[in-house]
Design a protein around this ligand. Structure first.
Ligand code: SF4
Length: 474
């Protein structure tokens, strides 16, 4: 059993009661809601005649269903309009703040809470969305919940939960040029499996993690859930504090110094013990691309689609399914695979540093003929910051479309969708069958820089070669 870890400390600090049956009632410090998983929860709450227990610890935004071409109301899709209208009415009735479109603060739920300084070390954070693990980047215990749990948190600000085991994922070395946090997490999932983290929280630690920016740590923790770990986190450190300082909801003045001292004390110390430990060498990781239908079916860009013989017997049936669905042959290189659509965005990779990395590749180049490429900032703040430094112009000049913030083609609950058998290079987090809006559409997950490289090449390419050309050109 783990002891002395950040996970153990935060768990103990939020324990309301130990329940019969072995679960713990845990207090939720921040509850994030959006238009997709909240309507039924509010409806159930209203049926029971219950009020929202802590509206001041609850925050709403709209992200999944918003169109990214024009966000003028009413939306062209009446169902999307109805979902937003319902969210607005529920928030008004229960006095929950809603970051509306045009407020300057709307965006994907896992982008806006950190950028406002709402997500802080030592918190518990819940949201009706799997990728709530993102917030663990700050040293919070953050996890996705189902609709009935959204109702329970609205009503009680707490949840009965089973404590997870803690696996430390130690990463030595440093990521090389052209290799990003997205590649690191795809490599980890490829190695440990999509179910490898079931029942676990992943503590990401080691020199390579300490060297990551907060935005990179968010990318890493965002996809912990794709490796089966409901919670992924990094210990808070100077990088965390520097990111939070001065943000609208971060402590200020004397409260800041007290908060930093407390946050520092929460980190897993040298005395911490873990249920399990695994290690990686960041130096050995290449830009990574998925070839199949789960985030665990990934390879280095310089590798070949694995043959059944190279896989464990248990992995072969899914690989056979993936070869057929993706129309790929075992043993073929992933480099050179043509793509139809290139999408840069999502709660995994729709932040400013992601757009900078992609723009550096797109600068001075042109999107390949016949290919659709578009960039969707993760929030209105990301969009404004990117525009202030001219990234939108770089993308537009290269032939990318520059869109309004939202989830866009990550899930395609909006007009951004693949068509037919189109294949996308995508900076999002799931490559499941039909994930991007077409029942037969295909998704290759990769870093934003790799997506930009695919866009200007027309096919999967090793971004390191394009970066080397840039460096040689001075
Ligand atoms: S970007 Fe994708 S994964 Fe993230 S919240 Fe939106 S739909 Fe969910």
């Amino acid at each position: 059993m783990s002891a002395g870890t950040l996970y153990d400390k935060v768990w103990d600090l939020h324990r309301v009661a130990d329940l019969p049956g072995g679960t713990t009632q845990l207090f939720i410090g921040l509850h994030l809601i959006h238009e997709v998983t909240s309507p039924q929860a509010f409806s159930s709450l209203n049926d029971l005649g219950l009020a929202v227990r802590h509206p001041e610890l609850t925050l709403a935004t709209v992200d999944h269903i918003v169109p990214t071409t024009s966000q003028a109301r009413p939306f062209a899709d009446p169902l999307a309009e109805e979902m937003l209208t319902t969210l607005e009415a529920n928030c008004a009735a229960h006095r929950i703040p809603l970051l509306a479109i045009g407020s300057g603060r709307q965006g994907i739920v896992h982008v806006i809470a950190p950028e406002l300084g709402l997500t802080q070390p030592g918190m518990t954070v819940a949201c009706g969305d799997s990728h709530t693990s993102t917030h663990g980047a700050f040293g919070a215990i953050a996890f996705g919940i189902g609709t009935s749990q959204v109702r329970d948190v609205l009503a009680s600000q707490s949840l009965p939960l089973t404590k997870l085991r803690v696996r430390r994922v130690w990463v030595d070395g440093a990521l090389q040029s052209g290799v990003y946090a997205k590649d690191l997490i795809l490599h980890i999932i490829r190695s440990l499996g999509v179910k490898g983290g079931v029942g676990h929280a992943y503590e990401f630690a080691g020199p390579a993690i300490a060297a990551l920016s907060m935005e990179e740590r968010m990318t890493l923790c965002n996809m912990a859930i794709e490796g089966g770990a409901r919670v992924g986190y990094c210990n808070p450190d100077e990088v965390t504090f520097a990111y939070l300082r001065g943000r609208p909801h971060a402590p200020a003045g004397e409260a800041w110094e007290r908060a930093v001292a407390w946050w520092r004390s929460l980190a897993s110390g040298p005395e911490a013990t873990f249920d399990d430990e695994v290690g990686f060498d960041a130096c050995a990781i290449a830009p990574t691309v998925t070839w199949g239908i789960t985030p665990g079916q990934g390879i280095g860009v310089d590798e070949f689609v694995p043959t059944p013989e190279q896989l464990a017997p248990d992995d072969r049936p899914l690989a056979e399914e993936a070869y057929r669905y993706m129309n790929l042959c075992p043993g073929q290189p992933i480099v050179g695979l043509p793509v139809d659509v290139c999408f840069i965005g999502s709660c995994t990779n729709g932040r400013l540093s992601d757009l900078r990395a992609a723009a550096a590749v797109a600068h001075g180049r042109q999107v390949a003929p016949g290919l659709k490429a578009f960039v969707v900032p993760g929030s209105e703040q990301v969009a404004a910051a990117a525009q202030a430094e001219g990234l939108d112009a770089v993308f537009r000049q290269a032939g990318f479309e520059w869109r309004e913030p939202g989830c866009s083609m990550c899930l395609a609950m909006n007009p951004d969708r693949l068509e037919g058998r189109q294949i996308s290079a995508s900076s999002s987090n799931r490559n499941f069958k039909g994930r991007q809006g077409s029942a037969t559409g295909r998704t290759l997950l990769m870093s934003p820089a790799m997506v930009a490289a695919a866009a200007v090449s027309g096919h999967v390419v090793d971004v390191r070669h394009l970066l080397a050309e840039l460096a040689a050109a001075g």
